[in-house]
Every structure is written in C-alpha cells, then in structure tokens.
Design a binder for this molecule. Structure first.
Ligand code: 13P
Length: 261
C-alpha cells in the first residue's frame, strides 16, 4: 500500500435508498453490529431514509457504525415543508450525509448549484458530506497531466474552506454503472478517482488532497470490490443493491480490511 493511502481510513457505505421497512432496519443492525465492533481499521456507514435515522442512531449508540442521511436541505431551518434540516440531523446525532446522488440529480432536479449549497449547509452544521460525482470523465482522459479540474467537484466545493474540506468525502458514481450490474473496471475507477484527487490538489493543495477519501459506487459487489478498493486512489465503496443484505455488507467491510493489510 502506498504511504499516501495509509492516511485515509477505508470507508464502506451502504446506500439503502428507499428499500427498507422499520423491522428490516432493526434486524439488519442487530446482525451487523457485533462483528463490526471488532473492526477498527475500516469505517462502515449506512445511508437510510430520514424516518429511520433517529432510531438507527439510538440503536448504534455503542457501535462504530455510522448513520448517514441520504439528503439534506441547504437552509439550516425554516419554512421548507417536507425538507430535512441539517441542524436537526446533527442534533439527533447523524454525522454524515449523502449530497448530490445521481438519483437526486435525475429525479429531483438537483444541480451543481444546489449541491454546493447543501455541501456548505452540511459543513456549517457539523455534518460530513459524502458528495456524489456522476460526471462523465472520459473527456478529461487526454488531459491527465495538465491539472484538469473535474467540474462537478469544483462546483460542489465552491466556498468550502481548507479547514472544512477535510470533513468531505467524494464518491465517484458513473451514471451508467448505478444499478446496471455493469461496474466500472478497477482501472476506469482509479483513473476517475485520480482525476478527482488532482482536482482537489489544484483547488486546495497536494497535501490536503491526500487526506480526502474518494469512494467508488455503481454496481459494486463482493466479487468486484477487492480489485476496485485495491486501487491507490480509491478509499472505499458506496454500495446500493449489494449492501441490502447484512452478510454482503459485512463481506464488503472484510474486503476493505484486506486492502490495507
Ligand atoms: P448500486 O450499487 O445498486 O449500483 O447503487 C449504487 C448507488 O447508487 C450507491 O449510491
């Protein structure tokens, strides 16, 4: 493993999207918490619907498992019926939030501008955003050595200060790979993650860029996770379908462990 990668704790995040019922949430956590209590070299998190978050925080109070919100509003509080306040998420003990997931961009008209507002709102309220980037990066490939800036990354981080960006995680999720059964190859994922890291170096500094975790998401399975997480710029995975089962989620955490041993 490279020296640089040692600075970044691998992060395995399940994104349950809109797929669980309350009793299933409870049973899943019951099953994964005992084995996760033995894991300290990998961080594990679960993104779930808002209605479950407070119960999940309570149930995981003595566990290293992180509870992750799937979305957040860009204002701290106020007259925004149906939205979720970042201040309220932090208040109930949520620490991470997904921002700008492809499905939010596609079905709920999220734009780079609203993603940026949400990233800043999350950080302002003590939440750590996991920023989803779904930009097609093929056009950058030819500029690998020319300090390109991945536009979505730069847009999402506008106004984010150096001392705050350490709390950011970036997740590269190509649209064509999400839910398709067709993951990016390890090489494609690494190239994109490298471009993102170069962008972070350009926006902040190479030293800071080396501290920020970059995840890959899109049709990750227990079969392809090892080669993807073994890449030098990839620090974990964001997993939909394959992480709906406790055993598979635990297997992914195990695989993440093997990439640092
Ligand atoms: P799948 O793992 O089901 O492709 O979903 C990926 C995803 O959207 C994670 O945020």
């Amino acid at each position: 493993m490279s020296q640089h990668k040692i600075q970044r704790k691998p992060f395995v995040v399940a994104n349950w999207k809109m797929n669980k019922l309350a009793h299933q949430v409870h049973e899943f956590l019951d099953e994964v918490m005992p084995p996760l209590a033995q894991v300290d070299q990998v961080e594990a998190g679960i993104a779930a619907q808002d209605i479950f978050l407070a119960d999940m925080v309570r149930q995981t109070a003595d566990s290293p498992l992180q509870v992750v919100a799937e979305n957040v509003h860009w204002e701290d509080y106020g007259a925004y019926t149906g939205e979720t306040s970042p201040r309220a998420l932090a208040d109930i003990g949520v620490r991470y939030v997904l921002v700008g997931h492809f499905e939010r961009r596609k079905f709920f008209n999220e734009t780079d501008a609203t993603v940026n507002l949400k990233v800043n709102a999350a950080l302002r309220n003590g939440l750590k955003p996991i920023i989803d980037i779904d930009e097609d990066m093929r056009a950058y490939a030819q500029f690998m050595d020319a300090e390109p800036a991945v536009a979505q990354v730069a847009a999402a981080l506008a106004g984010v200060a150096v001392d705050q960006v350490r709390n950011v995680t970036i997740a590269y999720e190509p649209t064509w790979a999400i839910g398709s059964g067709e993951a990016a190859s390890a090489d494609q994922a690494q190239k994109a993650a490298h471009l993102i890291r170069q962008t972070l170096a350009h926006l902040y500094s190479p030293v800071i860029a080396e501290k920020i975790r970059i995840l890959y998401g899109g049709s990750v399975t227990v079969d392809n996770a090892r080669s993807i997480m073994g890449q030098p710029d990839i620090d974990g995975v964001l997993v939909g379908k394959a992480a709906l089962h406790p055993k598979a989620f635990l297997d992914l955490v195990d695989i993440a462990q093997t990439t640092i041993e």
